[in-house]
Design a protein around this ligand. Structure first.
Ligand code: PAF
Length: 281
């Protein structure tokens, strides 16, 4: 695996690869890698000649400074995992390298409704920060294919929108969420949970599975209420337990039995905020 720390070096190197007709797949991460990330690397390896991963804990997307301070960093282990997964290139930039003009945003990304609902509502500024870093990374890497995890459902929609705004012919590939045996979605933030908390955290999966099981046409508000109650009984502080149109994220209370729906949860277990989602039909 080749390691780049400078944006210009990576760009130049990739330029040569592209000239030689090599297809480039890109997996952006914030490190603290787990099997979910490695499955993205795997998908990229199958569909491209060169797989580039980046590790950068992006300060501009943390609306809560405590979350940023406590974000797990396991760089030695990450290098080892990427090497073993057969990743070809790792981009490991500094903050200065990503934001040479500083971290104050120079522009506003028009994300429309996506910025007012669910994560957009509960994490103000978060998606602007995600767009800021992903635009920069995509300009440096210019991949043919981008790989994202479905666990961050709304982020996948936001980044798809960003690629449209950028007008770049990048294919966004959304890969399935990997889960622990109890159903807990794999996430770097799980590293901050105790053994006991991990067991409790699988309630999120149970809630989403319950919603899937109970879904039938008509009013679905009672299902959402049941999800919230279940989370609160387990000790969560819930930001939202919602059912939305899978394509637009419009929140749904009356279901016509046809629209594709997704269940989405964000909830705190003590200090740690966890999110998950599931396609319901
Ligand atoms: O999902 C993540 O890890 C981050 O939001 C991303 C896409 C790498 C941007 O910092």
């Amino acid at each position: 695996m080749v390691l780049f720390k400078k944006a210009a070096d990576l760009s130049n190197w990739l330029e040569t690869q592209r000239k030689n007709k090599r297809r480039v797949g890109f997996v952006p991460t914030m490190g603290a890698l787990h099997a979910g990330h490695l499955s993205l690397i795997d998908s990229s390896k199958k569909e491209n000649d060169i797989t580039v991963a980046s590790i950068f804990v992006n300060p501009t997307q943390f609306n809560d400074p405590k979350d940023f301070e406590k974000y797990p960093v396991t760089i030695e282990k990450d290098l080892d995992l990427l090497e073993k997964a057969g990743c070809n290139v790792l981009f490991l930039p500094s903050v200065k390298e990503i934001y040479p003009k500083g971290t104050i945003s120079q522009k506003e990304y028009d994300l429309g409704f996506l910025e007012t609902v669910l994560e957009g509502k509960y994490r103000p500024g978060h998606f602007q920060g995600v767009c800021m870093v992903v635009e920069r990374l995509l300009n440096i890497v210019a991949p043919h294919n981008l790989y994202l995890g479905q666990k961050d459902y709304q982020q996948c929609m936001v980044i798809t929108r960003l690629t449209e705004l950028m007008g770049q012919p990048i294919r966004v590939n959304i890969c399935p969420t990997l889960r622990e045996s109890g159903g807990l979605a794999m996430s770097s933030r799980n590293m901050r949970l105790s053994e006991e908390e991990r067991k409790t955290a699988s309630t999120i999966y149970k809630c989403l599975s319950l919603a899937k099981e109970k879904l039938k046409p008509g009013n679905i508000a009672a299902i959402k209420k049941e999800m919230k109650t279940m989370l609160e009984k387990a000790g969560f502080k819930t930001d939202y337990a919602e059912i939305a149109d899978a394509r637009t994220l419009e929140l749904i209370n009356e279901w016509d039995g046809k629209r594709k729906l997704v269940g989405l949860i964000a909830a705190f277990l003590n200090e740690v905020r966890l999110i998950d989602n599931m396609m319901l039909n």
